[in-house]
Design a protein around this ligand. Structure first.
Ligand code: XMP
Length: 513
């Protein structure tokens, strides 16, 4: 692939921002790969990378078991940018000194830089950067110049322009560093010579070409959920081989209001895809009858999903390939861990390996989530699908506390649809990362007109988060909450009380089950 000729390698030393660095590099339109710091120098050399970035990391370079790098990396003639721990490691490896600081190098710091240096070219002489390590470089190695300082830190940045080696004590990739993207671009374009060729439009056309060759006249099967990843993956394959692709959309009946019809309409009508929709609500509800334990529900849904999928697949005769919507964060190795991180979240899309396919096709393996969305837009998938908030595989089953019945499902679908409508109406759908209604198992007393009621309580949940590992409850304006509450009470039967969930994660989770 053309654009990959200019790849940059990010060596992960276990820093919390490693993936963020990779995303930032991609935002500069440069293709990059994130690999463990243990990657052998020979492999790096053969990779033909234009540049190398060392990430930060939690260790101190002078600790015995701290992750180290091979000195030979600096002799490959490839530009290297060390960030935080990465810079300290570069300094120490090349003969400089690293010390622990009495004054913590932490948080927002004003740096003063030499704007005639490469990294700070066209930068403001003074600006804010974000530090996150207690160690600092006290002495730069031979050949290096100090290119930025702060009140408390003698070496905020250093460079050896002859060898194209650069070190930053701070994190250019985080938003708090006001000119961070400029520094990264300076490294990528001016030192590595990258030309910003990584574009989603070219990714899409290149991938379609590659898939055409790879698949030939064979057939491909895809489990389409209507989520962003599976939709984009399927559409790329569809554009490559048309009707040789068959998509099975298992509608377990636990989707949001009208969602099944939307998925069908987009992929069958708009894109004319070979789509089989299996309406399996009855099958799932029968299996779920009487079950109220959350894990049990998940397990039943996961297993039944596979069974329904297999039943359908069998009817289709031999199909050589299975398409999966795996994305880059699912496959990158963690910097210090031994094993590759595999998607751990009980995804209903997880299919068994032994269903008899010749191979797996994963067209999104190289992409971050933001890039998958861009590719989706390039392919003409409607915005509402591309920007859709995450939705758990087991669907509304984990948003109905206790046993699932058709009646409860119908109530929740209506309440949730109202919440989503109002969020869109007030522009909260882009700023709040996930939001939904929960049918709590609770019933309480109310009054309506002259009568006493005894009905369900609905909880509204809305969170802001970057990674869904931690989350904060969204500060939704009272007026919006009021409107949602009034509408649900007036428009949906069997609900007489609405509450808003104001717990962050942790201690709560985003979902209620
Ligand atoms: P929690 O509730 O663990 O959710 O804070 C974190 C994110 O994961 C989603 N989620 C799931 N996704 N299958 C999925 O595919 C599941 O069983 C599942 N449970 C939670 C949840 O919606 C949130 O985005």
């Amino acid at each position: 692939m053309e654009m990959k000729n200019e790849a940059v390698l990010i060596l992960d030393f276990g820093g919390q921002y490693s993936q963020l660095i990779a995303r930032r590099v991609r935002e500069c339109h440069v293709y990059c790969e994130l690999k463990s710091y243990k990657t052998p120098v020979e492999e790096i050399r053969q990779g033909g990378y234009r540049g190398i970035i060392f990430t930060g990391g939690p260790n101190s370079t002078y600790e015995k078991d701290a992750p180290k790098c091979d000195r030979k990396i600096f002799e490959l003639g490839i530009p290297v940018l060390g960030i935080c721990y990465g810079a300290q490691l570069m300094a120490q490896t090349l003969g400089g000194k690293v010390k622990s600081s009495d004054v913590k190098q932490y948080g927002k710091t004003e740096l003063e830089c030499n704007t005639s240096s490469l990294i700070f070219h066209a930068a403001r002489p003074k600006s804010v950067c974000w530090m996150s390590h207690t160690d600092y470089i006290s002495e730069v190695p031979h050949g290096f110049k100090i290119t930025a300082i702060s009140d408390t830190c003698p070496v905020v940045a250093m460079e050896d322009i002859k060898r194209n080696l650069f070190g930053l004590q701070f994190h250019p990739e985080v938003e708090h560093t006001s000119e961070g993207m400029l520094y990264l671009r300076n490294f990528l374009y001016n030192s590595c010579g990258c030309t910003a060729a990584w574009r989603m439009s070219s990714f899409v056309t290149d991938t379609i070409d590659r898939l055409k060759k790879e698949i030939g006249d064979k057939r491909v099967l895809c489990a389409l959920s209507g989520g962003v990843d599976s939709s984009v993956a399927a559409l790329l394959i569809h554009k490559a081989v048309g009707k040789q692709l068959t998509c099975i959309f298992v509608d377990h009946g636990l989707l949001r209001k009208d969602e099944g019809d939307q998925v069908e309409s987009v992929f069958r009508r708009q894109f004319d895809m070979n789509l089989i929709r299996v309406n399996a609500q009855e099958r799932f509800l029968t299996k779920l009858a009487g079950v109220s334990d959350p894990e049990q529900k998940r397990k039943i849904i996961g297993e039944e999903f596979i069974r329904v999928f297999e039943d359908e697949a069998k009817k289709l005769g031999r199909i050589e390939y299975l398409c999966q919507g795996t994305i880059y964060p699912d496959v990158v190795e963690s910097g210090v861990g031994e094993a590759a991180v595999i998607k751990s979240h009980h995804n209903v899309g997880g299919l068994p390996e032994n269903v008899g396919f010749g191979g797996i096709i994963e067209p999104l393996r190289d992409l971050f989530k933001d890039e998958v969305r861009q590719a989706g837009l390039e392919l003409g998938i409607p915005e509402y699908l591309v920007w859709r908030q995450p939705f758990p595989g087991p669907g509304l089953a984990v948003r109905i506390m206790g046993e699932i019945t058709e009646e409860k499902l119908a109530i929740l679908k209506e309440a949730d649809a109202i919440m989503r409508e109002e969020f869109a109406e007030h522009g909260l759908d882009r700023t709040v990362n996930q939001y939904f209604a929960v049918l709590t198992g609770n019933k309480s007393v109310g009054v309506m007109g002259d009568g006493r009621t005894y009905e369900y309580t609905v909880a509204l949940r809305a969170v802001t988060t970057n990674d869904f590992m931690t989350a904060d409850w969204a500060r939704v304006p009272y007026e919006v909450l009021e409107k949602i509450s009034n509408r649900i009470i007036n428009e949906v039967e069997h609900i007489n009380r609405i509450v808003y969930d104001i717990t962050s994660k942790p201690p709560a989770t985003i979902e209620w089950e």
